[in-house]
Write a protein that binds this ligand. Structure first.
Ligand code: SF4
Length: 61
């Protein structure tokens, strides 16, 4: 599984709170998926983070 964050991100930090193993806030206050492919043991929380993003900026595939 691969995760990515697009430019719709509003920097709410929810994804980082839900799955810090995969998402972190960068120096611009925008989230990034910093480990790809997503580790197998983080896949469930990665999906939870994507579903929790208020602007649907996270893609998992
Ligand atoms: S949950 Fe969505 S809007 Fe919030 S920081 Fe993560 S990618 Fe950005």
């Amino acid at each position: 599984m691969f995760a990515s964050v697009n430019s719709d991100c509003i920097g709410c930090a929810a994804c980082e709170a839900i799955c810090p193993q995969v998402f972190r806030m960068n120096s611009y206050g925008i989230a990034e998926a910093y480990i790809n492919p997503v580790p197998q043991d983080a896949e469930r929380l990665t999906k939870d983070a994507a579903n929790s993003c208020p602007v649907e900026a996270i893609t998992v595939e």
